[in-house]
Design a protein around this ligand. Sequence first.
Ligand SMILES: Nc1nc2c(ncn2[C@@H]2O[C@H](COP(=O)(O)OP(=O)(O)OP(=O)(O)O)[C@@H](O)[C@H]2O)c(=O)[nH]1
Ligand SMILES: [Mg+2]
Length: 427
Amino acid sequence: MRIGLVGKPNVGKSTTFSALTETPVDIANYPFTTIDPNVGIAWLPLRQSCACKILREKKEQQGRMPEIDENDPRRGSICTPNSGSCRGFQRLVPVTLIDVAGLVPGAHEGRGRGNQFLSDLARCDALIQVIDISGSTDIEGNPVGEGGSKPIEEYEFLLNEIDAWIVGIIQSSWSRGARRVQSEGEKALSKFLIEQLSGIGATDYHVNAGILSVNQKHPDSGVPWSWGNEELMTMAGTIRSLLFPISIAANKADKNNNSELELSSIVESQGGKLILTSAEAELALRRASKAGLIDLNPETSNFSITDLGEKNLSNEQRNALVNISDTLSNLPGGGLLGLLSSVVFDRLNRSVAYPVQDDSHWIDGDGNILPDAILVSEGTTAKGLAYAVHSDLGDGFIRATDAKSGRVIGAEYEVQNGDIISIHARK
Ligand SMILES: Nc1nc2c(ncn2[C@@H]2O[C@H](COP(=O)(O)OP(=O)(O)OP(=O)(O)O)[C@@H](O)[C@H]2O)c(=O)[nH]1
Ligand SMILES: [Mg+2]
């Protein structure tokens, strides 16, 4: 799972990245602070309890495990995650974030950081556009007074820019490619498009939807090789919306968020979601938490002060942290993690599956309990899950077992959310 943070310069992309990945990066109030992309891992809580809760309950019922001790630092969790962690049955799974250089109008023609940035996005499953909802930076990212820029323009320019980029990829060879239709029939057009756009992940599905949208929106467009920029932009827009679903972090909401409603309805009408965020406030709390001064719940932004914090925080600092937490609690939607969660689970519809080796103890070969929690897309099969773990496991797939019921399942079984599956493969 890979999500790109995009937007015009100076909106808070790197601040968002830093808050979610707890990685220090350059942040400054001028455009193009970020040049080379930052890549890091955000830890996303699953919406349902970790499967280790079921295992624990089973063990408790069988008298093989005592009830949860109130001093248990893991608050009952008994899994051994290979990556991430689990506490109180709240399992965290990794999501790769990529924070790229700001995009300015004309980037597809090489302005600003131009095409390098766009190719960084090529392997993303979805995008989060960070927008300055306070309107205090112009379209190039230069500071202006609050309300000096329009967030809706910011949103539309970005879509337009990505579409123009896609058109740029196909335009130079368009008429040659489209002419193939003359000799080879309709299929040749989608074949040509897939060849051109496979680098950004386009398949049959994407390009056919793109072609269909031109036929619907421009019924008089004529033969493909006569299509102009308008038709190609329509096609690119459809392909982009399927390849890179976009949701919005309406950032700097601590300052002002008057314009969010109108934008929110536009974004929602296109299947996305807008959430008010204050990346700067979240980052301040995450930093205090990382320094051990507070015990933070990143989902609610509530915190308690730790012993170290009691010793080291001045009254002023405590009040500042409380104010920040209050500001965040007043923003609906769960902030940056709420947005990430909605992108992964609502927009991309990901489920979680736990591959294991031993279907009675739910462990791997080394005795680790439920070591992996893997996000899978809708329609992933048992064999597909095997490939997600390791290509050898996929290649050698014989059959699988649903570890909860003990039933044998075949290669084509569709993985359901929360499944625990042991895979039997040839060595
Ligand atoms: N008030 C407020 N300021 C913020 C917020 N998030 C970021 N900022 C400030 O906005 C400025 C730009 O932040 P960055 O994270 O560097 O922005 P960016 O989008 O990565 O910028 P480029 O790398 O230049 O494209 C910095 O001064 C941040 O402190 C926020 O939620 N509220
Ligand atoms: Mg940056």
